[in-house]
Write a protein of this length. Structure first.
Length: 475
């Protein structure tokens, strides 16, 4: 079924119809289209644009369609152009010509973006819930290893010793920013477009503010042209997914390195690993690698939609049909990836002994020597130079910094007395990092507790919004 054709003398060519047809992917908007149709029906009846008898028929038919869509009893057929035409066909099959009355005062232009906003809000709340669960897994694992030292890295080179819990917990803060972005996105996306019509509003006595409230939106549109052409919320969602994807990718990279033979820090659970079809010994961290790879897909979907929107003129253009598949794909990919990464993190065990043994290697305690001299009022440039000479001596004699003798240290700088040996230990280095946000284990534990408290609040807020959205959809 198509929703136009009166002024045409011939039907579109098959190739044109197939190019134009979108029901094979926009059908997943059906529950949201039915709900927005109920809100539109309420306005039409309220303003006597549909009589009560026809309104009752349409309302019952919409409720029946909602159940049939949910159970796949009603589905698109080959002649349906899009989700809107398929559902109107369903209405007219149930109640005859009265089913077409619902089209008064609205266009597919304002209808589809309203549906897509509802779909996106619903699914974004599901993404947020999965990110919160991932946060829980990260913070639990960080707590488990808060007292365990490991080398910290810059440039994938040993830098300074860290609490390994601190290393793990850094990912929680990245995802916390993603949750903040989702919260901001929900505010900006909560705008109803219904009532904007094709682009100019309507001459019929509609009430966009009433419809917006009915659908749970915070407000209605302020400019009808912008209402039907705006897809900022799609791009913003795809950007959020790209950032989540990048953060997942960084986890994937680290887990892949840590699980390698060269590191041998991470023992990834068999349940989150795969083998080789030719090498029987292989145990591959495929979840980590797939998470790393999916980042490119998220970014690609964002770039695709940004490119579609670039330089689009005036109000609605059919190019906007291309906004849905990248968005749907990114949602689906996140729903696959987030639980798998969460499970991988929860079930990974780390070799405490190997990490501790590696912590002082690569002269990672060199900064402790420089800081020790600074505390004795030696200018940092001189302290840095002295610490570098200690490293050079160690390289020449194949030793680590903590193996230098008191006399050797004193020969490099007279202020390097026996007291420096206290900080030339991993334990001493960790305990000394007591500035806000530092890696001292006592601080790390309090940081994790604070992050968990924030995550718990976020969880409650998401649950509240999910319940509110569900209540609106069931009206």
């Amino acid at each position: 079924m198509v929703l136009w054709g009166g002024r045409f003398s011939e039907a579109p060519q098959d190739s044109v119809f197939e190019l134009s047809r979108s029901v094979h992917f926009d059908w997943r908007l059906a529950p949201y289209d039915i709900r927005s149709s109920k809100a539109h029906l309420a306005v039409l009846e309220r303003n006597k644009l549909i009589n009560s008898e026809d309104a009752s028929k349409i309302s019952r038919a919409l409720n029946e369609l909602a159940e049939e869509v949910a159970t796949s009893k009603f589905a698109p057929i080959d002649s349906d152009e899009d989700v809107h035409s398929a559902l109107e066909r369903g209405l007219t099959e149930k109640i005859g010509a009265a089913g077409g009355a619902l089209r008064a005062g609205r266009s597919r232009n304002d209808q589809v973006t309203t549906d897509l906003r509802l779909f996106s809000i619903d699914h974004m709340l599901q993404v947020a819930d999965l990110v919160v669960k991932l946060q829980d897994a990260i913070l639990a694992k960080a707590t488990e290893y808060a007292d365990d030292p490991a080398p910290g890295f810059t440039h994938i080179q040993h830098a300074q010793p860290l609490s390994f819990g601190h290393e793990l917990a850094k990912h929680a803060h990245a995802f916390a920013r993603d949750l903040d972005r989702i919260e901001d996105w929900l505010v900006r996306t909560s705008v109803s477009s219904l009532g904007a019509g094709a682009l100019a509003g309507s001459s019929l006595p509609l009430d966009p503010q009433f419809t917006a409230k009915n659908l749970g939106f915070e407000r209605s549109f302020e400019n009808s042209i912008d209402a039907v052409s705006d897809r900022d919320y799609v791009c913003e969602a795809l950007f959020i997914f790209s950032m989540i994807g990048n953060h997942l990718s960084r986890i994937g990279e680290e887990w892949t390195l840590w699980a390698s033979t060269e590191f041998s820090w991470a023992k990834v659970s068999d349940a989150y690993s795969t083998g080789s079809s030719i090498m029987p010994q292989k145990k591959n961290p495929d979840v980590a690698e797939l998470a790393r790879g999916k980042a490119g897909r998220f970014i690609g979907n964002l770039v695709a939609v940004l490119t579609v929107l670039k330089a689009l003129p005036f109000a609605y253009n059919r190019d906007l049909q291309e906004d849905k598949e990248p968005l749907f794909d990114s949602f689906d990919t996140l729903f696959l990836t987030l639980p798998a990464v969460t499970g991988m993190i929860s079930t990974t065990n780390f070799d405490r002994q190997k990490m501790a043994e590696a912590a002082p290697k690569g002269f990672s305690l060199a900064t402790e020597i420089a800081d020790y001299l600074v505390r004795k009022n030696i200018p940092f440039a001189i302290a840095h130079e002295s610490a570098g000479k200690c490293v050079a001596l160690c390289e020449k004699t194949s030793r680590e910094l903590h193996q230098l003798t008191a006399s050797e240290l004193h020969s490099i700088h007279p202020q390097l007395d026996e007291g420096v040996m206290v900080v030339l230990s991993v334990d001493g280095a960790l305990k000394s990092r007591t500035t806000s946000g530092g890696t001292a284990p006592s601080l790390v534990k309090s940081q994790i507790q604070a992050a968990q408290a924030r995550n718990d609040l976020t969880r409650k807020e998401i649950s509240r919004k999910v319940a509110k959205f569900s209540e609106m959809m069931n009206q």
